[in-house]
Design a protein around this ligand. Structure first.
Ligand SMILES: [Zn+2]
Length: 214
């Protein structure tokens, strides 16, 4: 009698443990399902955007602070950054974002040769622009030296990517801002220290957007 009641208890514990494991395993899926259902229409639409072939999609893992897998709340702007680590490549920076200890990321990184890597899906938050992470798409640009000036190839890629994003997100070029405009940080250095270069950049994007050059 005592033996069988111990068996009964063991079975109950095993079943409870199994239920607990199943519940724990389903948590990430439930979380993502709830997120998907609560996404705003404009953010949900970003899931459907077809990424052009001139962008390499190499998403980082959902790894904590760099990418939590949480949805944007809305799409109100595009924030331009510079990497701040001269002569590093787009792939190196993408891999840095992918590290579980890293707390920063960007939707896109543009390399010295003008290559573009997408690191975070368009409908999700990146960790680049402080309190504007919730409603902006972020672009990090590599640069050869401490001046922070972009190469011609990086610049052209940045104009093209920004124009394409404005087109896809229904934004005008006024919605393109610098990290500096969010926090006062000297980022991207070139466009903060040379206001004329910044204004020219926005005119170049407006022109590309108007001509459909993306
Ligand atoms: Zn920045």
């Amino acid at each position: 009698m005592r033996h069988s009641s111990r068996n009964y208890l063991l079975r109950r514990i095993l079943i409870a443990a199994l239920i607990l494991c199943l519940f724990a395993a389903s948590l990430p899926f439930s979380f993502r399902l709830i997120q998907r259902l609560s996404e705003s229409e404009e953010v949900a639409a970003l899931r459907q955007v077809e990424i052009p072939t001139w962008i390499e999609v190499d998403l980082i893992g959902i790894n904590g602070a760099a990418r939590r897998g949480t949805s944007l709340e809305s799409v109100g702007g595009i924030v331009i950054h510079y990497i701040g680590n001269p002569a590093t490549t787009a792939a190196q920076n993408r891999n840095y974002f992918d590290n579980p200890d890293t707390t920063v990321s960007a939707h896109f990184v543009i390399g010295l040769e003008g290559e573009i890597i997408q690191c975070v899906p368009l409908n999700e938050k990146s960790s680049a622009s402080n309190h504007r992470n919730a409603d902006t798409i972020s672009i990090e640009v590599c640069h050869p030296d401490e001046t922070g000036v972009f190469t011609d190839a990086s610049y052209r890629a940045l104009v093209r990517l920004s124009a394409w994003l404005c087109h896809e997100c229904g934004l005008d070029t006024e919605a393109i801002i610098r990290h500096y405009d969010v926090t006062g940080k000297t980022c991207p250095r070139w466009f903060v220290e040379d206001e004329e270069a910044w204004e020219k950049f926005r005119r170049d994007v407006a022109s590309a957007l108007e001509k459909g050059e993306f």
